[in-house]
Design a protein around this ligand. Structure first.
Ligand SMILES: [Zn+2]
Length: 126
């Protein structure tokens, strides 16, 4: 079923999206980092400090999420260069173009993803 695999045009389109996202993330994390520094240098009024503390926590958490997304995007771009992009990392099946357009950093096909999520939710229950 070779038609399930990505065409050059589709690959180029996805690569464009990933490049855009990576650029956006770089700008965002730089902005977040800047904010953290600003909060730290603010005056130490107890009330302000409490607000700054929760702001900082939020900013750091956001930055952490962004870092993870950035590494996912880089991973996707590396796989693209290696010619592995679009294949499920678990079973090797092609991930559909539709799914990749919705989530270009996806490394698992929908079946493996669903399975992984079920395992995750079981872990949480027990
Ligand atoms: Zn799979």
């Amino acid at each position: 079923m070779s038609d399930e695999y990505l065409s050059d045009t589709e690959l180029k389109q996805l690569r464009g999206i990933l490049d855009e996202q990576l650029k956006e993330m770089m700008v965002l994390s730089r902005a977040a980092l800047h904010e953290v520094v600003e909060v730290r240098t603010q005056d130490a009024d107890p009330l302000d400090l409490a607000v700054s503390e929760s702001n900082r926590e939020w900013t750091l958490r956001l930055a952490d999420r962004e870092r993870r997304l950035v590494s996912k995007i880089k991973h996707a771009l590396e796989r693209m260069q290696a010619g592995e992009y679009g294949a499920c990392e678990s079973c090797g099946q092609a991930i559909s173009f539709k799914r990749l357009m919705a989530r270009p950093v996806a490394t698992l096909c929908i079946d493996c993803k669903t399975e992984a999520e079920q395992v995750e939710s079981h872990k949480r229950v027990f």
